[in-house]
Ligand binder design. Structure first.
Ligand code: 5AD
Length: 432
C-alpha cells in the first residue's frame, strides 16, 4: 500500500528540489542534507520527506505506471463539463466568469450558496470537480489521524469532549502507544502524512510532545501535522523545531460574535494569532470552520472561506456541526449534506489552484455518500482514523462518527476502492 509515488530528483532551485513524476515536474522543499540529482524520494505536502533506494523506487513505479494512466482516463471522463439546457442564465453567466478566471462578486458567491434545485446544484458540483481536475489532476491525499488524548480544558458549546462532559471516560495515550500507532500507520500501512490530535491542554508537557515528534520522524520519515488546539505561540516554535510541519487548527467561525457565543471565555483573535504565527514559522496550514452553528448565515460561511484563504490554507477543513447530547447545543438541527457540498464547491471555485479540500469525517457521518459526493464536487483529500480502536470510541466530539469501529485495513480497502472508481490516485506529489 502506498500513498505517494516515488519521484526522481531532476534539479534544485534554492531549497526546493525539482522532481519528475512520469514526465511531470513538481517542486518540494528539501530538508535532507545530502540529496543529489537522480535520487528517488517521497514528497508530501510540498516537503521532501524521505529518500528511498533506486531499486525500491523502480519496483513501486512499475506498479504505479500501469494504474496511473488508467486512473487519469477515468478522472477525465468524470470531470468533463457538459452543457445542460435548462440552466438559468444567471448561473451560466457566473460559471462562465469562474471558468475564465474572472473575478466574481460577493453576490455571485452567495447566489451559488443559495442554489436549490438538484439540477443547479449538480452543475455547481460538476464545475468544481472540473476545476479540481484542471489544476490538481487526479491526486487525492490520504492522511492518517491519531487522536492521542480526549482531555480538554475548554468548554466549547458544540463539542462532546469539552470539559463540561463529565460522563465521558478520559484517556491519554502513552508515549510508547503514540509512537507505536504512528509506526504502524507509516510502516505497516504506508501513510506518508499523519496528524496528531488531542483536546486542548491534554496533559502532555511541551517537551514530551516535542520528543515524541522527534522520535517519530527519526524512526519513520513522514510529514507530521499537529492539532492540539491553542498551545501558545512559543510552543508552536518548539514543535516546529522538533519536526512538526503542519498545523490543523480550525478557527470555527470568522464571526467574532458567534465565536464568543460558542467558545465562552475565548477570543477569535487568539486563535487567528496561532494560525498566523504557524504560517510565519513555516507550518503548512489546515484550517476552516464548523458549518451549521446556531445563528450562522451564508454570508458568515462565505467570510469563513475567504478567511481560510487569507490565512494561506494549504488544506481546507470545513465540516458540518453534529449535535452531541451532552453539549448545550444538543437541540440544534444541522444543515443538509448538500449544503456542505455546496461549500466544498465554493471553496474550490474561490481557491482554484492552491488548496486541498478535505472531505471531513463529520460529512461522512451525516451522509453515507458524503465522501464520494465531496470528491466529485471539488475535494481532493481524505483523512483516515488510525487511532487504536479502544481509544477511538472515546474521542466522541459528536456521536456516531463514521469509521468509529472500522479497522485501519478496512478503511484503506474502502478508500482505495472508492478512489479507483473515481479515477483518483491516493497520492500527494508536492507543488506545481
Ligand atoms: N460536530 C462537528 N464537528 C465538531 N467539532 C467539535 N465538535 C463538533 C461537533 N459537535 C470539530 C471542531 C474542531 C474539530 C476537532 O472537531 O470544528 O475544530
Amino acid at each position: 500500500m502506498c500513498y505517494a509515488i516515488p519521484g526522481k530528483i531532476k534539479g534544485f532551485e534554492g531549497k526546493f528540489a525539482l522532481i519528475d513524476y512520469f514526465g511531470e515536474e513538481r517542486k518540494a522543499y528539501n530538508e535532507l542534507d545530502d540529496l543529489r540529482l537522480g535520487d528517488y524520494i517521497y514528497a508530501q505536502g510540498g516537503y521532501v520527506i524521505e529518500r528511498i533506494p533506486p531499486a525500491q523506487a523502480k519496483d513501486v513505479l512499475k506498479l504505479w505506471k500501469e494504474v496511473f494512466f488508467k486512473l487519469q482516463k477515468v478522472d477525465v471522463r468524470l470531470s468533463r463539463l457538459e452543457k445542460k439546457s435548462k440552466i438559468s442564465s444567471k448561473l451560466t453567466a457566473i460559471l462562465d466568469k469562474i471558468n475564465h478566471g474572472l473575478v466574481c462578486s460577493r453576490q455571485d458567491y452567495l447566489f451559488l450558496l443559495s442554489l436549490r434545485s438538484s439540477q443547479d446544484k449538480n452543475l455547481l458540483f460538476k464545475n468544481a470537480n472540473f476545476l479540481r481536475h484542471k489544476y490538481h489532476q487526479n491526486g487525492c491525499c490520504v492522511h492518517g489521524i491519531i487522536e492521542i488524548s480526549n482531555i480538554c480544558r475548554r468548554d466549547c458549546l458544540y463539542c462532546g469532549i469539552s470539559k463540561r462532559n463529565k460522563s465521558l471516560k478520559r484517556y491519554r495515550m502513552s508515549r510508547e502507544e503514540i509512537i507505536a500507532a504512528a509506526g504502524q500507520a507509516i510502516k505497516k500501512y504506508g501513510f506518508k502524512a499523519i496528524v496528531l490530535q488531542s483536546g486542548e491542554d491534554c496533559g502532555f508537557k511541551i517537551e514530551e510532545l516535542a520528543s515524541i515528534i522527534k522520535e517519530i520522524r527519526k524512526k519513520y520519515p513522514c510529514l507530521i501535522f499537529i492539532s492540539f488546539g491553542e498551545i501558545g505561540l512559543n510552543n508552536l516554535k518548539v514543535l516546529f523545531k522538533a519536526g512538526a510541519r503542519g498545523l490543523l487548527l480550525r478557527f470555527e467561525t470568522s464571526n467574532p460574535k458567534l465565536y464568543q457565543q460558542i467558545n465562552p471565555g475565548y477570543r477569535l483573535a487568539t486563535r487567528l494569532a496561532h494560525i498566523k504565527e504557524a504560517y510565519r514559522l513555516g507550518y503548512l496550514i489546515a484550517t476552516g470552520s464548523l458549518i451549521g452553528i446556531p445563528g450562522q448565515t451564508q454570508g458568515d460561511v462565505l467570510n469563513d472561506v475567504l478567511l481560510a484563504q487569507k490565512l494561506h490554507a494549504e488544506m481546507y477543513s470545513f465540516g458540518p456541526f453534529i449535535p452531541h447530547k451532552a453539549s448545550p447545543l444538543k437541540y440544534n438541527a444541522f444543515w443538509s449534506d448538500d449544503e456542505i457540498i455546496k461549500i466544498i464547491s465554493l471553496i474550490r471555485i474561490i481557491d482554484q489552484k492552491n488548496g486541498k479540500i478535505v472531505v471531513t469525517t463529520a460529512l461522512e457521518t451525516m451522509s453515507r455518500q458524503g465522501r464520494r459526493k465531496g470528491l466529485l464536487a471539488g475535494a481532493n483529500s481524505v483523512m483516515l482514523n488510525v487511532t487504536p480502536l479502544s481509544y477511538r470510541k472515546l474521542y466522541l466530539i459528536y456521536p456516531g462518527r463514521a469509521h468509529e469501529e472500522e479497522s485501519i485495513a478496512l478503511q484503506i480497502k474502502n478508500t482505495i476502492s472508492l478512489l479507483r472508481s473515481l479515477g483518483r490516485a491516493p497520492t500527494d506529489l508536492g507543488i506545481k
